[in-house]
Design a protein. Structure first.
Length: 115
């Protein structure tokens, strides 16, 4: 009995979909474990780790569709790490500027007004 091209093509897509589901589940589990393990980290470290895990999961999913989940996970993980780190540093700088502004305002409020 000969298989049609459509049957072979459908079977290949089903296999890809199964692989994609497994990879996404692994990425979800890794993300949950990573987020749970962030208790003693700074916010920048947490954002870096979360960005890396999310990037790896997304990259693995895209890579699975393209034919190489491992390479996709590596590229996505690296991009996520860099993005998470940069976002964390930006938030640190914003928070520091806010705290400086509050401290300056408190100092100005405590100075007597001269007339």
């Amino acid at each position: 009995m000969r298989e049609t091209v459509l049957e072979v093509s459908t079977r290949g897509k089903e296999t890809q979909l199964r692989h994609l589901k497994r990879i996404m589940l692994a990425g979800l589990v890794a993300s949950v474990v990573a987020i749970g393990g962030c208790a003693g980290m700074t916010e920048t470290e947490q954002r870096t780790l979360t960005g890396g895990a999310a990037g790896a999961a997304a990259g693995a999913g895209i890579g699975a569709l393209a034919g190489n989940a491992g390479l996709g996970a590596a590229i996505g993980g690296g991009a996520g790490l860099a993005g998470g780190f940069l976002l964390g540093r930006h938030h640190d700088a914003t928070r520091a500027a806010y705290e400086r502004g509050v401290a300056d305002g408190m100092r100005q409020a405590q100075q007597p007004v001269s007339r």
